[in-house]
Design a protein around this ligand. Structure first.
Ligand SMILES: N[C@@H](CCC(=O)N[C@@H](CS)C(=O)NCC(=O)O)C(=O)O
Length: 364
């Protein structure tokens, strides 16, 4: 049975297709639709995500066995069972027929009709005329389908429901028209994706509570990137460092015995940096790998805004930091200065490490 993770945003109607199929087939789907695990508009644009799903769209499915597939219909197909896919060639063709029919003939007019009532788009009279109302199209087809017997009582209930729905549709359409009248100018129209993005709570700056600091991280980064570390960047750091607004930390990877190939250890470091992308404005780090295959360790020095470990301020930043031990460095102590100097310049004795420097990565 195909089990795995479905990436989406909350209540995304396209995701209902795989979710419903999974309900029928018994496939186990884990849904990641909100932070810290998945944030629509961010996570689906990350390198990690794009490597697996080049279209960068949701829903997207990652199987427990690593198989990745996007497009809601394809995912629904994959998590289905034989009965849902059609067990004969004819059955399978009919399933495909209805899937395609829904996409081409039901979804577009349904969007034109339904999105305005959801407040996703404004009512658009012109567009409304382009497609026949979905109820009409679908009704035409439904009428031609072999009918199932329905009990009298059930029929009556259904009739009542139909009437109610008609009334509601009329009401909301009327309201939408009135809304349209009030608005002289056509307003910005959002499609459902834009709407979902807009609905995402805007991330607040996790450092907004801190008083302004005279230390400008970008200036230091520029010195570090363009000039000599020992003779220019480090003296600049010590001259301008603001110990009230910023802090320095030493970190060590907790599980060196699990580090095997050095390229994998490097991926571990770069993976962490990637996941911390949104912290770049507020932090700088040099994280180094020591030793060689099957005998290595990772440690580094971080410069970050505030007096707390910044990772604690935002759930998105908490994936990796607990795999490290953290020690605050006193910027006025000569030992700390040596440590910072060695880690930032990738030169020195690294006495506490006991393994030779192998390579380093800079977070900036
Ligand atoms: N045909 C695709 C459509 C998927 C799609 O367009 N998804 C939009 C959300 S509605 C998306 O992920 N857009 C990416 C973005 O806006 O970042 C399907 O059925 O899965």
């Amino acid at each position: 049975m195909a089990g795995g993770t479905l990436y989406t945003f909350p209540d995304h109607w396209r995701s209902y297709k795989p979710l419903i199929a999974a309900q029928y087939s018994g496939a186990q789907l884990r849904v990641l639709s909100s932070p810290p695990h998945f944030r629509f508009g961010h996570s689906n644009r990350s390198q990690d995500f794009l490597a697996k799903f080049p279209a960068g769209k949701v829903p997207a499915f990652e199987g427990d066995d690593g198989f990745c597939v996007f497009e809601s219909n394809a995912i629904a197909y994959y998590v289905s069972n034989e009965e849902l896919r059609g067990s004969s060639r004819e059955g399978a063709a009919q399933v495909l027929q209805w899937v395609n029919f829904a996409d081409s003939d039901i979804v577009p007019p349904a969007c034109t009709w339904v999105f305005p009532t959801l407040g996703i788009m404004h009512y658009n009279k012109q567009a409304d005329g382009v497609h026949p109302p979905p109820q009409i199209t679908a009704k035409k087809f439904a009428e031609n389908q072999p009918k199932k017997e329905t009990g009298k009582k059930e029929k009556k209930e259904k009739e009542k429901d139909k009437e109610k729905t008609k009334e509601k549709d009329k009401d909301s359409k009327e309201k939408e028209k009135d809304k349209g009248k009030d608005k002289g100018d056509p307003e910005e129209e959002l499609d459902e994706c834009e709407q979902a993005l807009r609905n995402e709570p805007r991330p607040k700056d996790p450092f907004s509570h801190l008083p302004k600091s005279p230390f400008i991280l970008d200036e230091f980064k520029r010195k570090y990137s363009n000039e000599d570390t020992q003779s220019v960047a480090l003296p600049h750091l010590w001259e301008h460092f603001d110990p009230q607004g910023w802090s320095l930390w030493f970190c060590e990877y907790k599980y060196p015995e699990q580090l095997s190939q050095t390229f994998m250890s490097c991926n571990l470091i770069s993976g962490m940096f990637q996941r911390l992308d949104s912290l770049r404005k507020h932090a700088f780090a040099s994280v180094l790998l020591f030793g060689t295959n099957n005998d290595s360790s990772i440690s580094g020095v971080w410069l970050m805004r505030g007096q707390e470990l910044a990772f604690q301020l935002c759930p998105d930043w908490q994936v990796d930091y607990e795999s490290y031990t953290w020690r605050r460095l006193d910027p006025s102590s000569p030992d700390s200065r040596v440590l910072v100097s060695e880690y930032f310049s990738w030169e020195g004795k690294f006495q506490h490490v006991g393994k030779p420097f192998n390579q380093g990565k800079i977070f900036k």
